[in-house]
Design a protein. Structure first.
Length: 251
């Protein structure tokens, strides 16, 4: 992932717990009332836990950048590029926003992007061959052709890399999957990703895990330099811990 010299971007990864961690409780009180209500609406305890840990980490992370308490972070939705209603890209309140962010989590791994310009991130586990075949017809024709040249096993990982690039970009522009998946070509020609105009889209390393994950980030800038990538510690989630601001600001 890369940005221009005068634009910064950071990517943070978090391994989410599969069960409620022992000892100190999660910092649920730092969430908004709406976030706590949404968490309580999940029927499965594990789904509730994944939502809570992702959003606790997000609030603490943004608060560390902004120099405020997590409960003071004012999260809003920008207007949808298609209809203008307030269900577009999630953002920190402000005109202009003091920073931009994106969140994705899948099968116990969360990815956070924080940047000076609009950003989108996505992390997924490598899908089954059946899922690839089901989704393939929705992609850009050139993307379909590239994937069909690969063998079944290679196709799964290449599809995952492509899908995360595409979803990161669509989250970055604020449409999400409501946009036609065949409209934008984000394939790889000559070993290089085809970047949409005004954007840099790259797959990013996300470490080893019990699940084979693939990740990508999209940044609304053309020129490039490497972004910072780091891991958040597990105690970043606990009510009894104080997030290390230097971890975020000085990494």
């Amino acid at each position: 992932m890369s940005v221009s010299r005068d634009v910064w971007s950071d990517l943070w990864l978090l391994r989410q717990p599969w069960t409620e961690p022992p000892g100190d409780p999660l910092a649920v009180s730092e969430l908004s009332e709406a976030e706590r209500s949404r968490a309580d609406a999940f029927h499965r305890a594990h789904d509730r836990l994944l939502y809570l840990t992702a959003h606790i980490a997000l609030r603490r992370l943004l608060a560390s950048y902004l120099g405020i308490a997590p409960r003071e972070v004012d999260l809003v939705r920008e207007p949808c590029p298609g209809c203008g209603e307030p269900h577009g890209r999630p953002a920190v309140a402000g005109d202009p926003p003091p920073l931009h962010y994106s969140l994705s989590h899948s099968s116990g791994l969360a990815l956070f992007g924080v940047a000076a310009v609009p950003i989108g991130v996505d992390v997924e586990k490598v899908p089954s061959g059946e899922t690839v075949q089901l989704c393939l017809p929705a992609l850009h024709q050139a993307e379909q052709s590239e994937l069909e040249e690969s063998g079944p096993e290679e196709r799964r990982s290449e599809f995952a890399r492509l899908w995360t690039r595409k979803e990161a970009y669509l989250k970055g522009i604020g449409t999400g999957l409501a946009r036609d998946l065949g409209k934008d070509y984000l394939g790889e020609s000559g070993g290089a990703v085809n970047d949409p105009p005004g954007w840099t889209v790259r797959n990013v390393p996300c470490g080893s895990s019990h699940v084979n994950h693939v990740a990508a980030a999209a940044l609304s800038v053309d020129d490039a330099r490497p972004a910072r990538i780091g891991w958040l510690p597990a105690d970043f989630l606990f009510a009894g811990s104080v997030p290390d601001l230097e971890l975020v600001r000085g990494a």
